[in-house]
Design a protein around this ligand. Structure first.
Ligand code: GRF
Length: 189
């Protein structure tokens, strides 16, 4: 399975995917990593591994993913031979035409048990709501925000005294197990 990764930040989930590949737990290869943020550490991680990288030019828009940029991203992924796209901390909403280029083959990881707490900083939403359990979800991307079919979920407890940081860190440990397993599961279907 040839993967393409899109990320805007640290890329710890991409690292977890690479580690699972190295450990023989995931039969895949990351062909390209693209970011809308030229300074994102995810690009550094990819370069260190000799993975092709690229910048997504969002035409100066702060949050929008303009159609031309989606078209360019789809073309770049397809040229790299990508079969499945993994969003890993990618902060823009993916729409057509990128969705159409990879039907049912774009995954996202979300730091909550969807459909609970979609959107940003879900670990803070969980703390504010006072729930005793949250988690992580890998789902297929559709046109909504964090709404596509769930592939895998893992539960994470909210512990007494948790801060936003401690809870987010615990969720990320679960994410790093979950993402490679979800890719393997989707690849087998
Ligand atoms: C993760 O918490 C993920 O759930 C969310 O963004 C964060 C990305 O972290 N979508 P990283 O860049 O993979 O370290």
């Amino acid at each position: 399975m040839v993967l393409g990764v899109l990320g805007s930040g640290s890329g710890s989930n991409m690292q977890a995917i690479l580690d699972a590949i190295d450990a023989g737990a995931l039969d895949a290869r990351i062909a390209i990593a693209l970011s809308d943020n030229p300074d994102a550490f995810i690009l550094e991680r990819a370069r260190k591994r000799g993975i092709e990288t690229g910048i997504i030019d969002c035409r100066g828009f702060r949050t929008k993913f303009p159609e031309e940029a989606q078209q360019e991203t789809a073309a770049r992924l397809l040229a790299a031979g990508v079969e499945m796209v993994c969003l890993a901390g990618f902060l823009r909403l993916v729409k057509r035409p990128l969705l159409d280029a990879f039907p049912s083959r774009i995954l996202n990881i979300h730091p909550a048990l969807l459909p609970a707490f979609p959107g940003l900083e879900s670990w803070k939403q969980a703390l504010d709501a006072g729930v005793s359990e949250t988690g992580a979800t890998v789902h297929l991307v559709d046109e909504g925000m964090d709404t596509g079919p769930v592939i895998l979920q893992e539960r994470v407890p909210v512990l007494p005294g948790d801060t936003a940081e401690s809870l987010h860190a615990r969720i990320q440990v679960a994410e790093h197990r979950l993402y490679p397993a979800a890719i393997q599961k989707l690849a087998a279907t």
